[in-house]
Ligand binder design. Structure first.
Ligand code: NDP
Length: 241
């Protein structure tokens, strides 16, 4: 039977590439999103992958959304916590709301999504949880205290939960992308990108969403059963951890 994979933020950017890679690997895929109905509908029409709208920042919405996925497609075997946002600003100007929105989505979202599926994975003796963190959670980034804190938290979450899932066949890993050419990064001013960001990347280019998706598809596979608690850096040589 095909494994059921649920990808948060799975309709655009890196998440869309992950959803497609998991489908290509033979999974039955569900892609969640927050509000961009037009993008989600275009993605559904292009790929045939089922889409579900709720916010990962809302625990009750996650529980209800996961229930709907499981009723339609079966128990979730693979969870990819990919949904993420930025609300950048220097710390002395950062508002409590900028802090809260990023923590609620990028860190608490992992609790909200993982808590409802983890008991079933343990009971069935198989599970794959893959958390999309960031190079900026590993090294810290000026103007992103909120984002760096949340993404560093994702790594701690991964390492702790890996220890709880290991003897029940549930692996938990993190992937830390560097700069990937999605809308999130293309929103950065082109001159800033060229002058400040590309020179930091030894391979001399942005990464492709598919390069992250292939890492995730491997971690989700049966072949990756001995890898848990890991953090895979996919950043073009920008930072070694
Ligand atoms: P995009 O902005 O291109 O896409 C984000 C996706 O997440 C969208 O599908 C969006 O839904 C969804 N989303 C946002 N908030 C929520 C929410 N509260 N609940 C459910 N879904 C939500 O992002 P990227 O593809 O660039 O980034 C994906 C992940 O990779 C993020 O976690 C990001 O932090 C991380 N990352 C990205 C890097 C990059 O260079 N792009 C570098 C390092 C890490 P909708 O379409 O409805 O808005």
């Amino acid at each position: 039977m095909a494994r059921v994979a649920l990808v948060t933020g799975g309709t655009r950017g890196i998440g869309a590439a992950i959803s497609k890679a998991l489908k290509a690997a033979g999974c039955e895929v569900a892609a969640n999103y927050a509000g961009n109905d037009a993008a989600a509908e275009a993605f559904r029409a292009e790929t045939g992958i089922a889409v579900y709208k709720w916010s990962v920042a809302d625990y009750d919405a996650c529980a209800a959304g996961i229930k709907a996925v499981e009723e339609a497609q079966g128990p979730v075997d693979i969870l990819v916590n990919n949904a993420g946002i930025t609300r950048d600003g220097m710390f002395h100007k950062m508002t409590p709301q900028q802090w809260k929105e990023v923590i609620d989505t990028n860190l608490t979202g992992l609790f909200n999504m993982t808590h409802p599926v983890f008991p079933g994975m343990r009971a069935r003796g198989f599970g794959r949880i893959i958390n999309i963190s960031s190079v900026n959670g590993q090294k810290g980034q000026m103007g992103q205290v909120n984002y760096s804190a949340a993404k560093a938290g994702d790594i701690g979450f991964t390492r702790a939960l890996a220890q709880e899932g290991a003897f029940k066949g549930v692996t938990v890993n993190a992937v830390c992308p560097g700069y990937i050419g999605t809308e999130m990064v293309r929103a950065i001013d082109a001159e800033v990108l060229k002058k400040n960001i590309l020179p930091q990347i030894p391979v001399g280019r942005l990464g492709e969403p598919e390069e992250i998706a292939r890492c995730v598809a491997f971690l989700a596979s049966d072949d990756a059963g001995f890898i848990t608690g890991s953090t895979i850096s996919a950043n073009g040589g920008q930072f070694f951890s």
